[in-house]
Design a protein around this ligand. Structure first.
Ligand code: SAM
Ligand code: SF4
Length: 453
């Protein structure tokens, strides 16, 4: 599926593209026509400042056209740092000796409550791989506990590649997206980074989404840990992995995450010659937006405020906020923290993130309606491609933001936020949708909750 020689041949054949070539590809992407591998390679090789600016601009246009001002907000929840693997880049790898911890179900309930108090409705559950300490039944019970005891409405799950039978259990408990990062699509780098461990089986890892689809999960999220291998190769491979799933199952990735390697305990960034610079990072995010315009793109708090703020305008559609990456990290300041998986760069609170987004005209969204209405997999993609998504998602974003502002905002946000929401509602063109939205906003202000289109 991922043929390294083929990918490098395609990339090398498009070296030093002419200005006309780059122009043509950008124009094609602007019209949302699927790009060929050669055309993607042209974008990857574009270096000219004028063209990089055009790629940024068109990525921004596509983001605006498809997602409007919405930015989906979520938080990761780490429930265990036990791990049998030895990923060289990760603070949780088994050679790092520290007191391991997994949360009890009572503690998980407590974390869910704390996340709820921050206004979150959507989580990414993070677990190290350890069949004895955290078997699938532990993960499933953790998910059920959160759904049963909090107003968290969607739990995406980031656990190690596993079997069809175990994916079926995740499907049955009602997960949102199943997220798994390939880490690197470069087979040699993958092998080197995952020595003597279960995770070191490249093909088993690569085909995890096939098994997830077989188990009935139709919402999967991919990612590359940028910094392990050549970023141009990784971008092409990600796109090819997406094409492979589209061809085989009729639906590709729901989301792509773009984590960049960060300093972690027991590793040195100096050992990683493929670290991605800020400029390269912006190129790769925007080229992905041009290549897979309908795939959601996720940016975490590994990135600093300035990068997050810039890339939301040029392709990113989901961000984590107020994140803790230690097990049970959402407790008060008097608790001692467990070791982190890696260092964070944006430590603002959820409230601060939301205020900054609103100040820039973005709509933080807590909507989970598609998932709850069964609009997943190809049903979601059909909606996204039809262009009607704005008529459903924007009102839902505004309604969930109204809930957030009223329930978790400070006086300043309540004052400015409600006006911001009303102004956006006024701009909705479809009069029926506008009318219903205004009625719903009034109902939420009067105390009703959980309304959606
Ligand atoms: N243990 C599961 C796995 O590896 O698939 C679950 C996910 S792990 C908790 C989340 C992700 O963190 C990994 O897939 C990896 O890409 C990322 N990660 C690990 N070490 C990192 C580092 N030093 N910097 C940035 N991201 C890192
Ligand atoms: Fe374990 Fe995941 Fe870290 Fe690898 S990345 S050591 S599998 S927690």
């Amino acid at each position: 599926m991922i043929d390294k020689n083929y990918i490098y041949k395609v990339i090398n054949n498009a070296k030093n593209p002419s200005l006309e070539d780059v122009d043509q590809v950008i124009e094609k992407a602007r019209k949302r026509i699927k790009l060929t591998h050669h055309e993607i390679a042209i974008l990857l090789n574009a270096k000219d400042k004028q063209h990089l600016d055009m790629i940024y601009d068109v990525a921004g246009e596509l983001k605006q056209e498809i997602y409007g001002e919405r930015v989906v907000i979520f938080a990761p929840l780490y429930i265990s740092n036990y791990c049998i693997n030895n990923c060289k880049y990760c603070g949780y790898r088994r050679d790092n000796k520290f007191h391991r911890k997994k949360l009890t179900f009572e503690e998980i309930k407590g974390q869910a409550k704390l996340l709820e108090q921050l206004g979150h409705k959507r989580l990414a559950l993070e677990v190290g791989e350890h069949p004895k300490e955290t078997p699938i039944d532990y993960v499933v019970k953790a998910i059920q506990t959160i759904y049963d005891h909090s107003s968290i409405r969607r739990i995406n799950v980031n656990i190690a590649a596993t079997t069809v039978a175990e994916y079926k259990k995740l499907k049955d408990v009602g997960i949102g997206t199943y997220i798994l990062f390939q880490e690197t699509y470069d087979r040699d780098a993958f092998f080197y980074q995952h020595p003597s461990s279960v995770k070191g089986d490249y093909d088993y890892h690569f085909h995890a989404f096939d098994r997830a689809f077989e188990a009935g999960i139709d919402d999967v999220g991919a990612g590359v840990l940028f910094g392990l291998a050549d970023w141009k190769f990784e971008v092409m491979a990600l796109i090819m992995h997406n094409e492979y799933l589209e061809d085989k199952y009729g639906v590709g990735f729901h989301t792509i995450s773009v984590p960049r390697l960060k300093k972690a305990e027991g590793m040195s960034l100096e050992d990683y010659p493929h670290m991605v610079s800020d400029e390269e990072f912006k190129r790769l995010v925007t080229i992905l937006r041009l290549s897979v315009p309908y795939v959601g793109m996720i940016l975490s708090t590994r990135e600093p405020i300035s990068m997050r703020s810039e890339l939301i305008d040029h392709g990113i559609s989901q961000v984590s906020a107020g994140s803790k990456t230690d097990v049970g990290g959402y407790h008060d300041e008097f608790h001692e923290h467990e070791p982190n998986q890696f260092e964070l760069a944006d430590e603002r609170s959820v409230l601060e993130v939301n205020k900054a987004l609103i100040n820039k005209g973005h709509i933080p969204s807590y909507c989970t309606a598609c998932y709850r209405n069964g609009r997943t997999g190809d049903r979601f993609m059909r909606l996204a491609k039809s262009g009607k998504i704005g008529l459903i998602c924007e009102p839902n974003a505004l309604m969930t933001l109204t809930e957030y502002v009223l329930d978790y905002g400070d006086p300043e946000l309540i004052h400015s936020g409600i006006q911001f929401i009303k102004d956006h509602a006024e701009n909705i063109k479809d009069t029926k949708v506008k009318e219903k939205l205004n009625t719903n906003i009034a109902r939420i202000i009067a105390g009703e909750r959980d309304l959606f289109f």
